[in-house]
Design a protein around this ligand. Structure first.
Ligand code: R5P
Length: 267
């Protein structure tokens, strides 16, 4: 990696501990106004102080994030589909010049291994890696899971390894049984997506198990911004990822933030 690439990567995965808390708020690119993200600025602003980086589209970046907020940006640069159509039919949606102009720290693109448009998304990844190498911008490959795909170690291991082989600098995938084998067979760092909203303790267990299994951290969205205490959840996740907190300790952080919020609301 050259200097610029290393410098940007260090803004995503913190060199002090090799860990990362990425806040995912890119869901609207195919889901529209997802619950919790109807007004992106309102959701995002209070969470920024606790996020190492934030993953989002350029539309939400420009409209809803203060440029003076010095948060590292992981820009989603793939899309072109909606929840109403075949999801794997994605292409690159942002030019490298705009990514540079927006001063992003990494670019993220989904690959759909095993889906109808598998080849298209994998070739897009290679094109993006070529551009990223040219300008020193790391690429995060998101192993999106097609409708008929099992989220197991065999499938996720396949998708992660292909992403790494094609040049991704960081791979986002899901936690699964035998997750360690997915990490071991992927020669670049792995970050874990939160997935659908679950009870807070379960989401914290997922974060704990992910880093215990070798992930550098989590890229969590719905389990943070759909929580009854988004700030409590991101702080709790941060404690697990960076401070070696147990699930119980982290849960107490969430509960205490939730209590404080309720007291403020009561006046
Ligand atoms: C998919 O829409 C995006 O890549 C999300 O960033 C990713 O799924 C992580 O968000 P969540 O924790 O809500 O699954």
């Amino acid at each position: 990696m050259d200097w610029g690439m290393q410098n940007r990567f260090a803004r995503i995965v913190k060199p002090a501990d090799g860990r990362a808390v990425m806040l995912a708020v890119d869901h609207g690119y195919f889901l529209g106004p997802t619950s919790g993200l109807e007004e992106p600025r309102k959701t995002i602003e209070p969470l920024l102080p606790y996020a190492d980086s934030i993953m989002l589209t350029r539309g939400v970046l420009r409209s809803s994030v203060d440029p003076a907020a010095n948060v590292p940006i992981v820009l989603r640069v793939s899309g072109g589909t909606s929840i109403l159509k075949e999801l794997s039919n994605e292409e690159i949606t942002v030019s490298i010049e705009d990514a540079v102009r927006l001063n992003v720290s990494a670019m993220a693109l989904s690959i759909f291994v095993g889906s109808e448009f598998e080849k298209q998304t994998l070739v897009s990844l290679t094109r993006l890696v070529d551009e990223g190498v040219k300008y020193g911008i790391p690429v995060l490959a998101v192993t999106a899971v097609g409708k008929d795909m099992a989220r197991d170690a065999r499938y996720l291991g396949l998708a992660c390894r292909i992403a790494a082989e094609l040049g991704a600098d960081l791979v986002k995938t899901y936690y699964c049984e035998e997750f360690e084998s997915v990490v071991q067979s992927c020669p670049v760092p792995i970050i874990v997506a939160g997935g659908k909203k679950t009870p807070e303790k379960e989401a914290l267990e997922l974060a704990f198990n992910s880093v215990a299994g070798g992930a550098v951290g989590v890229d969590m969205g719905r389990n943070i911004f759909q929580s009854d205490s988004p700030v409590g959840m991101i702080r709790a996740v941060g404690a697990i990822v960076h401070d070696k907190a147990s699930v119980e300790e982290a849960y107490r952080i969430y509960e205490s933030a939730k209590g404080a919020k309720a007291r403020r609301a009561a006046g």
